[in-house]
Ligand binder design. Sequence first.
Ligand SMILES: *[C@@H]1O[C@H](CO)[C@@H](O)[C@H](O)[C@H]1NC(C)=O
Length: 189
Amino acid sequence: MGELRVIAFLLAFSPFITAVTSSQCSTNGIPLVRDISTLPQDNYGRPGLSHITVAGSLMHGLKEVEIWLQTFAPGTHTPIHRHSCEEVFVVLKGSGTLYLSPNSHAKTPGKPEEFQIFSNSTFYVPVNDVHQLWNTNENEDLQVLVVISRPPVKIFMYNDWLMPHTAATLKFPYFWDEHCYQTDVKDEL
Ligand SMILES: *[C@@H]1O[C@H](CO)[C@@H](O)[C@H](O)[C@H]1NC(C)=O
């Protein structure tokens, strides 16, 4: 009887225990189905940004892809940056501008091409192309689902479009990976 009670207790509470231990920085697997509205969300020091790592490399142990859900308040934007992975965006809400420089073989990115993005649009950023996403709609948030390959992402940031590629600064781990990266290091000591 006592044993059955213990088993019943474990069965009843194991989903909650799993949810708590795997909510952040667990590479031991994550629950198969998760409610996105309960996932950790933060601006990671960037005012006007909301970032959720839906499924991540450093955060959850994924090896091939990483998925983010990001919301940019009006007027906010990503840094000018590049990374050697593929990146696909799906615009869920709002509109804005993608600035993209295909000049990864020139000395500097140079003046970027501008693309208008809109709700239910999708776009792809080729490997190593310097780009910046900007919510240029002053009335509405811009919400995007982002899929990147080859995580964890190693981002090279530019102060402006005339900065030489060789002067771009590596930001690794990236803002939302910092916490999990440090945890990993501690675990190894
Ligand atoms: C986006 O496009 C797809 C394909 O046409 C359509 O089924 C869907 O309803 C659209 N979603 C929105 C939010 O407009």
